[in-house]
Design a protein around this ligand. Structure first.
Ligand SMILES: Cc1cc2nc3c(=O)[nH]c(=O)nc-3n(C[C@H](O)[C@H](O)[C@H](O)COP(=O)(O)OP(=O)(O)OC[C@H]3O[C@@H](n4cnc5c(N)ncnc54)[C@H](O)[C@@H]3O)c2cc1C
Length: 366
């Protein structure tokens, strides 16, 4: 068995329990042992230089088993990619080996009460210069209750700033969130900062770049792996629904003998393959350093999240009570999938972005 296969087999057994009680730190260490955490970083920093297609396939395989585990892979990868892109050589040497080894677990803290889809409303404040002090409250931080460090976006005198902030210090209060709709394994927390210390060396890029550039890199990386993760969810739900439709009999007929059930399976297959096509296209765009890669990731995430939501809904329908059982994968993905249409660019925001892109490019005939 390969390391990835071992991770997948163990996660398949643990996923329903993680959904009830949250992922333990050992789940992150298992990803690290299999060389999956930050796998697209270079070997120098503990990664393995994986290309976009490889990361996508891993996200899809993890997504097919456990959205929360795939989210851990996503968040740790987002922070590592951002440090790599915007960090100084000293910041890369300090943080990347710790992120790829799982010695340090990271979260991304952007959302606030007044700043969700539109992050221009961020109020958290960094003040000072040689050492900064952070005050503010961040909401819905995935793995916020487990993370050692958070990539926090805030304002400063010189413009938006993004910095790595240690969570185990006075002035940081972590309030775990439980029983939300989905992603229940992801140890979500709201996190308050009251004059928390932030060494100047933890600031990524120059002030002013914190949201547009630093968070931009993180969100692009996140959307890309979420897209592939959603493809995995949709594929898994289709497989569960198809198996059940083939095997389950009611009266004289198999479920799959009913036209209505076949239609649901047919529509689901088209949704899965449409999502796959856009995920593969997004991977090719990244490999080619295509300037359209950013939009490609938005389109892939938009389509794959819609596929995960639609296919999981139909799967639960076809599975009936079996889809509503506590350990049902399709039932769990049905709850997780709606969240995929809200985070990292809500569905309607993606439509606006894609519409603007079409106006810019389609008119030019590209
Ligand atoms: C499980 C979970 C995990 C999360 N993890 C993180 C995390 O790790 N880090 C983090 O910083 N945040 C995280 N978030 C927060 C998430 O990023 C926000 O929920 C998301 O950005 C949407 O913001 P909002 O909830 O404030 O919704 P709002 O911005 O208030 O939007 C609500 C709805 O209004 C519509 N809408 C909004 N803007 C537009 C527009 N311009 N055009 C058309 N329609 C629009 C959309 O339908 C949208 O769903 C998480 C949230 C959840 C639920």
């Amino acid at each position: 068995m390969s390391d990835l296969e071992t991770v997948l087999a163990d996660a398949a057994v643990a996923a329903a329990g993680w959904d009830r009680s949250g992922l333990p730190r050992t789940a992150a260490l298992a990803l690290a042992r299999a060389a999956l955490l930050g796998m697209d970083r270079s070997e120098q920093y503990g990664g393995r230089g994986a290309d976009a297609h490889e990361i996508g396939l891993v996200a899809s395989e993890l997504g097919a088993v456990c959205t929360s585990l795939r989210s851990l892979f996503t968040v740790q990868g987002m922070v590592a990619a951002t440090v790599d892109r915007w960090g100084t050589p000293a910041q890369r040497s300090k943080w990347l080996p710790e992120l790829t080894s799982g010695a340090v677990l990271a979260g991304l803290a952007a959302t606030e009460a007044g700043a969700g889809s539109d992050l221009s409303g961020i109020q958290a404040r960094f003040s000072g210069s040689s050492e900064l002090s952070l005050t503010g409250r961040k909401l819905w931080v995935t793995f916020g209750a487990l993370a050692d460090v958070l990539l926090v976006a805030g304002q400063s005198e010189s413009g938006p700033v993004a910095a790595l902030v240690a969570t185990d210090q006075p002035g940081v209060v972590v309030e775990p969130v439980r029983d939300q709709l989905g992603l229940r394994g992801t140890r979500i927390a709201h996190v308050s900062f009251d004059a928390a210390r932030v060494p100047a060396g933890n600031v990524l890029a120059r002030p002013g770049f914190g949201v547009s550039h630093v968070l931009g890199t993180a969100l692009d990386h996140g959307r890309y792996t979420i897209a592939w993760g959603c493809l995995g969810m949709a594929q898994a739900c289709l497989a569960d629904a198809a198996g059940h439709a083939r095997d389950r009999r009611q009266g004289d007929a198999r479920l799959g003998d009913h036209q209505a059930v076949r239609s649901m399976l047919g529509r689901s297959w088209v949704d899965v393959e449409s999502a796959r096509a856009l995920c593969v296209r997004a991977a090719e765009q990244r490999a080619d350093r295509d300037p359209g890669a950013l939009m490609g990731a938005i389109a892939a995430k938009y389509t794959a999240a819609a596929a995960a939501a639609a296919v999981s809904e139909r799967a639960v329908q076809i599975l009936g009570a079996a889809g509503c059982a506590p350990d049902s994968r399709a039932g769990r993905f049905f709850r997780d999938a709606k969240i995929m249409q809200i985070i990292e660019g809500a569905r309607e925001v993606a439509e606006q972005d894609l519409g603007e892109f079409v106006l810019r490019t389609a008119v030019a005939g590209r």
